[in-house]
Design a protein around this ligand. Structure first.
Ligand SMILES: [Zn+2]
Ligand SMILES: [Zn+2]
Length: 106
């Protein structure tokens, strides 16, 4: 028995799994980064694995002060969506377990 997925249906429920999803690179198209006037870089978008919104603030302290503009930095982005994922360990407070590297220009 198969059923076409409706366009307006919610994303299919994804179980928790730690690792880099196979479609991570392609999925990064839906993730954007911007740097605000306080020089804090924000990353947000839809998780390539579970389709839920994720976000991350890349604080200046974590990547060093005195960065010039348009510097390329590499961060490890982890899904931190607020949706439940079956099988998520109690030690994980959010997300579906997906993570991967993201290179952003700031
Ligand atoms: Zn999710
Ligand atoms: Zn996710």
């Amino acid at each position: 028995m198969s059923e076409d997925r409706r366009v307006d249906a919610p994303p299919p429920q994804t179980g928790w799994a730690q690792g880099v999803p196979a479609n991570w690179i392609a999925g990064l198209e839906r993730i954007t980064a911007y740097t605000d006037t306080e020089r804090v870089t924000h990353v947000s978008g839809l998780c390539p694995r579970c389709d839920h919104p994720l976000w991350m603030d890349v604080g200046g302290n974590e990547i060093g002060v005195g960065l010039t503009s348009r510097e390329r930095i590499e961060i490890l982005l982890r899904c931190n969506c607020a949706e439940p994922h079956e099988g998520r360990p109690e030690t994980e407070v959010a997300g579906c377990g997906a993570f991967g590297k993201v290179v952003i220009n700031r």
